[in-house]
Write a protein that binds this ligand. Structure first.
Ligand code: ADP
Ligand code: ZN
Ligand code: ZN
Length: 742
């Protein structure tokens, strides 16, 4: 490469500006993205240090006038440089300002006062402390006894809390320290949000199928093959144990690990397993930590106080300087896609970060994303399969109930006759039941309850969404039509919007099963802090017989008492109106079924649907991932949806509806003139929510098999924006290969 784009001062507000420099001969083979270099700046002979963001052969200026890089500011790439290079990659790939990308990647320094805390710890082995304790008790040295007893129960005490709660005085502390019994450590507060209790002494010996994966990953790494691994393993097949074993070997080499999980509140049991295995080396960040607390966690990691960081997608940016592995559990989860610019996918960003520092990536899921599975099939990822549960525990049985048939029998309740029968039986036996409403998306779709016919866009093959006034709209291309009064397929009048809420279901359950104790878990009931935990906790303590909820209830948590899962209307997510609807439905159904029978009794999952013949329902009922994947890939290929092609969305937002409409029209005209023929332009049209918090929204889609063309288009538009007055009247966000409906 001949040129380098360099950012000279990351503390400037105007971070977007990079400067181009010539790469001198002697740096040709050495220079890498993220390195710190010295460069001449301006005409005053100033020399600044900057970070290399990009190496390129494209000269953006007059080649003769470009100044050369003077030299490396230091050998190698410092952590910060690496994260900055990652930010540059994110900006390029997903579209955002450099400022937004850097803020995403670098922890925001909080000028919170660094509080000094003191921790009291035992300085002798337990047995010794216990021996001294007996002695002290005889001598009635009650103050000392209190402290030692507390320390035998807890690994450490906060000094200030011990003063308050245990009456710890300076004299007692001094005396115990002099006796060599305790140690008082003062440090800036970078406290672990969780205090580990006991650490598991001996991890399980892995089963051969698990060990084979661990061995193969190690052998590949030794041979320099750092391709990401994808572990496709049913729930309970032992994936988490494999992750932990891989992490253990990374820690042995003195390196660090990042574990991404979808949402801590829902996967707390998994987090605790990591604590039990790795003790105090583990820490978590989660969405409810304040910015300051998050910064603390990152700072602990930077200083080497944490070796394993667990968290949602932002944990990916943990400032480890010897990162060895990034694990992404439930890699198919939509929450790994950021909903703010840059709208990065944590899976892709993880692969990029790992590439930069020679770490390896391990993805795991019972229902891998179609994207990842396709990559595995192409050999970009290495695939591992764990098709059986540990100790061959039974998989749940599934039954599909055809709701059209129910209507024909005159049953218009939310419970089919079969589900009702099974519920009665389980309640009689004291078993627990989960009722699950896989609601997704915003507007309802229009379907016929007599024949199951769903009205779809003739151009995009996704369902139309019902808007005000009986208007049905395609969220991709904007196609509109009036909702029919009669089913175009069978002529029935039972056609209309399909809507259902958890509250209605809970009420229906209360009416159908008087005396049953019912809990509801949805957005409303979990709004307060700790809302999830409280509900899940109560249910796992068997304080309720039936738990009604949205997708929140099917993730993570084990409820051994649950022997029946009812999916009330699988169609709710199936017709969400976006190209991933079938994939999401398959994943939700398999997960929901997986909730039934985690204990000793095999469970049953009942899937109610108006579309029993839809491939995502048939394959989910059969728990046949392969079959699902084949059908889904055929659909994606036929329609040129990712991963068969790339789809870039442009979200246009404005408070001024008029300006948005005019700007969108202008964009359409401009784009039509500037778009290469390989790119298909769709829209602009109205998204699922055409107005949110008083902001009007429109979407433009671009489809193309070559991601480079889309990136080029994006850069063209970014350069065009400041010049075009009409386009500056709204906000634009790019979304490459969108995952969640806008
Ligand atoms: P997954 O992550 O695929 O859902 P887990 O790793 O949670 O699977 O394993 C399922 C269950 O089997 C857990 O209770 C786990 O403790 C247990 N388990 C996993 N591997 C072993 C092993 N090698 N020996 C004994 N028990 C195991
Ligand atoms: Zn019909
Ligand atoms: Zn359409």
């Amino acid at each position: 490469m001949k040129f380098a784009n360099i950012i000279v001062d990351i503390s400037l507000e105007k971070l977007d500006r990079t400067f181009q420099y010539r790469i001198p001969e002697e740096l040709q083979d050495i220079l890498k993205e993220g390195m710190q270099v010295r460069v001449p700046f301006g005409n005053g002979g100033r020399i600044l240090t900057g970070y290399v963001l990009e190496l390129t052969d494209n000269c953006e200026w007059d080649e003769g006038k470009l100044k050369p890089i003077l030299g490396l500011a230091e050998k190698g790439i410092r952590l910060e440089g690496q994260l900055i290079a990652l930010a540059a990659w994110m900006r390029r790939t997903y579209g955002s300002t450099m400022n937004q990308a850097l803020k995403t990647v670098l922890p925001v320094k909080k000028s919170v006062q660094e509080k000094i805390s003191r921790e009291v710890r035992l300085a002798v082995p337990r047995e010794e402390a216990e021996a001294v304790l007996a002695e002290m008790e005889r001598k009635h040295q009650t103050a000392r006894v209190r402290i030692l007893k507390a320390l035998l129960e807890q690994a450490s005490l906060d000094y200030a809390e011990a003063q308050k709660a245990l009456g710890l005085t300076a004299a007692t502390a001094r005396k115990l320290t002099e006796l060599g019994l305790i140690r008082i450590e003062s440090d800036t507060i970078f406290r672990n949000p969780i205090r580990p209790s006991e650490v598991q002494a001996h991890p399980f010996a892995l089963y051969p199928a698990q060990q084979a994966i661990v061995d193969d990953v190690a052998a590949r790494a030794a041979a320099g093959d750092l391709r990401p691994s994808l572990i496709h393993g049913v729930t309970g097949s032992g994936k988490t144990e494999v992750y932990m074993e891989l992490i253990a070997s990374v820690l042995e080499q003195g390196k660090e690990a990042i574990v991404l999980i979808p949402e801590i509140a829902l996967t707390f049991q998994t987090v605790l397993r990591f604590y039990r295995r790795f003790g105090d080396q583990v820490s978590i960040i989660h969405s409810k930590l304040s910015a300051g607390e998050r910064y603390d966690q990152f700072e602990r990691a930077r200083r080497g106080g944490v070796k394993v960081m667990i968290g949602p997608r932002s944990a990916l940016f943990t400032p480890f300087s010897h990162l060895g592995v990034i694990v992404i559990d439930e890699e198919h989860e939509g929450s790994y896609k950021s909903e703010n610019a840059p709208r990065y996918h944590a899976r892709e960003a993880a692969v990029e970060r790992a590439r930069m520092c020679g770490a390896f990536v391990v993805l795991g899921s019972a229902t891998p994303s179609v994207d990842s599975y396709e990559r595995a099939r192409e050999g970009v990822y290495q695939l591992y399969e764990l098709p059986l549960r540990i100790e061959n525990r039974a998989m749940p049985e599934t039954e599909v109930v055809d709701l059209r048939e129910e209507l024909r029998m005159g049953n218009r309740s939310v419970f089919s006759a079969r589900l009702k029968e099974l519920m009665e039986e389980r309640l009689r036996k004291g078993g627990q039941i989960m009722l699950f409403l896989n609601r997704r998306g915003y507007a309802g779709f229009v379907s016929c309850r007599a024949c199951g016919h769903v009205i779809k866009c003739p151009h995009c093959d996704v369902s139309l969404s019902l808007h005000h006034g009986g208007r049905m709209v395609c969220h991709y291309c904007g196609y509109q039509t009036q909702a029919p009064k009669k089913c175009p397929s069978c002529g029935s009048v039972y056609i209309g919007a399909f809507r259902a809420g958890t509250q209605q279901v809970a009420e229906a359950a209360a009416k159908a099963f008087p005396g049953a104790r019912i809990l509801r878990m949805d957005f409303d009931t979990t709004r307060q802090k700790g809302g999830h935990e409280r509900i899940l906790e109560a249910f796992s303590r068997k304080q309720a017989d039936i738990l009604v909820g949205t997708q929140m209830i099917v993730k993570g948590h084990d409820f051994p008492g649950v022997t029946l899962v009812g999916v009330l209307a699988a169609d709710l997510s199936l017709y969400a109106g976006d190209y991933r609807a079938a994939e999401r439905t398959f994943q939700l159904l398999v997960q929901a079924a997986g909730r039934a029978g985690r204990g000793d009794t095999p469970g049953v999952a009942v899937i109610q649907t108006y579309s029993p013949d839809h491939y995502s329902i048939e394959t989910a009922a059969a728990q046949d991932y392969q079959a699902f994947f084949e059908k889904e890939m055929a659909f994606r290929r036929m329609m040129n949806y990712p991963p068969a092609a790339h789809l870039m969305a442009l979200y246009l937002m404005s408070e001024d509806e008029e300006a948005l409409n005019r700007g969108a029209e202008r964009l359409k005209v401009l784009a039509a003139a500037h778009t290469r023929k390989e790119i298909v332009l769709i829209g602009p049209s109205d998204p699922g929510l055409s107005k949110l918090k008083d902001i009007y929204r429109k979407v433009l889609y671009l489809k193309c098999t070559e991601i480079a063309y889309l990136t080029e288009w994006k850069e063209w538009l970014e350069a065009e924006l400041p010049k075009e007055k009409l386009l500056s009247t709204f906000n634009i966000q790019f979304d490459m290969d969108p995952v969640n409906p806008f």
